[in-house]
Design a protein around this ligand. Structure first.
Ligand SMILES: O=C1CCCN[C@@H]1CCCn1cnc2cc(F)c(Cl)cc2c1=O
Ligand SMILES: [Mg+2]
Length: 477
C-alpha cells in the first residue's frame, strides 16, 4: 500500500487532512504508536543520562542567520512570523526548522569548565520546514514531531566513542525500526554530499520501499566536530586550564518513522500494524447466529477481552449491533489490528475461540483455557513474521552491480543497489546528473558499516577508478 493511498490512512484513523497544505492532523492511532516508541526512547535517554529540556519555538533572524553557510541551502524552507495582530514585528522571527541556533548560544553560556561536560540534552518538539516538494503524510510534512538530542564533550575521543552516544543512539533507532515497527533498516555512513553540512560525519538508518523502489532515510545521528563550537563560541577551560572548543553530536528521529511502517506493511485491505506498536492488538468480535444466545456470546467476548487486558494486551471488543460480523472484519482489518478473535455459538459450546491473523490471514481454533498465553505467543509470532517478510522483500529488491549498465538497468527495475564506489563526491554528483528523470536522480543512501569484502582491484561502477567501499544507491524520498 503506497502512503499516497490516503483513503486508508484517513480510514485507519492515523491522520486527517488539514486546510493548510503540507500539514496533517495526527489522530489517536498515530499518537499511540508515537508514544509507545517515545516510552522506549525516554528509557534509553534516562539510562544514558541525557536530560530533558525544552527550548522556544522561535529563533531571532540574527541568530538563525549567524552563520551564512548553515542556513544558505535551507533558507527557502524557513517559516517566518512577521506580524502580531495588526502591527508588523520590527524584526522578523523564524520558527525553528531544527534547534541548533536556538540551543547553542546557551551551550556557550552554560559551558565554562570541563566540569560542565559532558552536557547531554534532548527535547521532544515540533519543527517547521516549509518544503515545496510533494507533501506526503508522515513522510514529508511542513510541521512534524521529532526528538532532537544535542551533546557537548571535552575531547574528540569522547564525542567519537560510547560517551558521545552517536553509534549507540543509531542502534536504538535500528531497534525502534526493526524490533518495534518490524521494518528492516541498514546502518551506515552518509556520503560527503548527503551528510549534514554541519557535521564531521553523519550516520543513518536507511529503509527501502520495494513497491516504489525508493530508499528513505529513517533517522540520523551526527558527529559534529567543533564547527558549531566555533560558530557559537562554545569553549571551556580544560583540566590544564587551557581554553578549548567543545566537540558536539546531535541525533533525531521523527514521525516519519510511522510513515515508513505504514508503507512497509500496508496491503490492499489497509493498514497492518506490528503488535509491538498496534494501538489495538486484539479485536474480539461476536458471531451470533439468528437463534443463538447472543447474550452468552457477548458475555464470552467481554470475558476474553477482560482476560487479555488483565495480561497487558491491548484488546477491545466490537459488540456494535448495527454491523454484520463480515463488515466488522474488514473494518478492523483496515485499521491494521494484528489479531482478530471470533466467538460464535460453536466456539461457545466447545469453550474455544477462532483466531485470525492480519499478517497472513491464518485462522485457528484455540481453547479458552490458556488463551492469554497463546495470544501472547501468537502476537510475538506475528511481530517476527512481519519483520521476516519485510526483510525478505527488501533483500529480494536489492541487487549488487559492478558496471554502469547494470546500475541503470537495476534503477529501472526499482531495485536497491549495492555497488563498489570510489567514494569521490564529484562522482556522486555525476551519477545524480546522469540518472535525473521523472522520479528524481539516484544518489547514495549510505555506506553500510557491515562492509562486504572488496576484492583486490575492484573498480567503481561509475568512475572506473579503484573502488574504496560498498555503498547503497537508489532513488529516494
Ligand atoms: O539531523 C539533525 C539531528 C537533530 C538536530 N539537527 C540535525 C541536523 C538538521 C539538518 N537540517 C535540516 N533542515 C534544516 C532546515 C532549515 F531551514 C535550516 Cl535553517 C537548517 C536545517 C538543518 O540544519
Ligand atoms: Mg529537508
Amino acid at each position: 500500500m503506497k502512503i499516497s493511498d490516503n483513503g486508508i490512512l484517513r480510514c485507519g484513523e492515523m491522520m486527517a487532512y488539514y486546510d493548510i497544505s503540507g500539514c496533517y492532523i495526527l489522530r489517536p492511532n498515530a499518537m499511540k504508536i508515537w508514544n509507545i516508541m517515545r516510552t522506549y526512547f525516554d528509557a534509553v535517554l534516562e539510562k544514558a543520562e541525557v536530560d530533558e529540556n525544552y527550548f522556544p519555538l522561535f529563533v531571532s533572524a540574527s541568530v538563525l542567520e549567524k552563520e551564512k553557510d548553515h542556513v544558505q541551502g535551507f533558507a527557502p524552507e524557513v517559516a517566518w512570523v512577521t506580524k502580531a495582530g495588526k502591527s508588523d514585528l520590527n524584526v522578523p522571527i523564524a520558527i525553528r526548522p531544527t534547534s541548533e541556533t536556538v540551543i547553542y548560544p546557551y551551550f556557550s553560556k552554560w559551558i565554562k569548565s570541563h566540569r560542565d561536560l559532558p552536557l547531554k540534552l534532548n527535547q521532544w518538539n515540533n519543527v517547521v520546514r516549509w518544503e515545496f516538494s510533494k507533501p506526503t503524510p508522515f513522510i514529508r510534512s511542513r510541521e512534524f514531531l521529532w526528538q532532537e538530542g544535542h551533546t557537548a564533550h571535552a575531547t574528540e575521543e569522547d564525542a567519537d566513542n560510547e560517551v558521545g552516544l552517536v553509534l549507540e543512539v543509531l542502534d536504538h533507532y535500528r531497534h525502534l525500526y526493526e524490533e518495534y515497527l518490524a521494518v528492516p533498516v541498514v546502518k551506515g555512513m552518509k556520503s560527503e554530499n548527503e551528510k549534514f553540512a554541519g557535521a564531521r560525519y553523519t550516520t543513518s538508518v536507511e529503509a527501502f520501499i520495494p513497491e516504489t523502489g525508493r530508499g528513505i532515510q529513517g533517522a540520523t545521528s551526527h558527529c559534529l566536530g567543533t564547527k558549531f563550537a566555533k560558530m557559537f563560541d562554545i569553549k571551556f577551560t580544560n583540566k590544564e586550564g587551557k581554553n578549548e572548543l567543545v566537540w558536539q553530536n546531535s541525533w533525531a528521529y521523527s514521525t516519519r518513522t510511522i510513515g515508513v511502517m505504514i508503507m512497509t506493511h500496508g496491503d490492499d485491505k489497509g493498514l497492518v500494524n506490528p503488535p509491538k506498536v498496534a494501538p489495538i492488538q486484539v479485536i474480539v468480535i461476536p458471531v451470533p447466529f439468528k437463534d443463538a444466545d447472543t447474550k452468552e456470546i457477548s458475555k464470552a467476548c467481554c470475558a476474553v477481552k477482560d482476560a487479555l487486558r488483565e495480561a497487558g494486551i491491548r484488546a477491545k471488543e466490537d459488540l456494535s449491533d448495527n454491523y454484520s460480523p463480515k463488515w466488522k472484519y474488514s473494518h478492523w482489518e483496515m485499521k491494521g489490528v494484528p489479531l482478530r478473535i471470533e466467538i460464535g455459538p460453536r466456539d461457545l459450546a466447545k469453550n474455544q475461540v477462532r483466531t485470525v491473523r492480519r499478517d497472513n490471514g491464518v485462522k485457528a481454533d484455540v481453547p479458552r483455557v490458556g488463551l492469554v498465553e497463546h495470544v501472547k505467543e501468537l502476537l510475538g509470532k506475528i511481530q517476527q513474521n512481519m519483520f521476516d517478510v519485510a526483510k525478505q522483500k527488501r533483500d529480494d529488491a536489492c541487487v549488487v552491480v559492478k558496471t554502469w549498465d547494470e546500475f541503470v538497468e537495476a534503477l529501472g527495475q526499482k531495485k536497491l543497489i549495492l555497488a563498489p564506489w570510489c567514494d569521490e563526491a564529484e562522482v556522486e554528483m555525476d551519477v545524480k546528473r546522469r540518472t535525473k528523470d521523472e522520479v528524481g536522480a539516484a544518489k547514495t543512501l549510505c555506506s553500510p558499516f557491515d562492509q562486504p569484502e572488496i576484492p583486490e582491484g575492484t573498480l567503481c561502477f561509475a568512475s572506473g577508478k579503484l573502488a574504496k567501499k560498498w555503498t547503497y544507491w537508489g532513488k529516494s524520498y
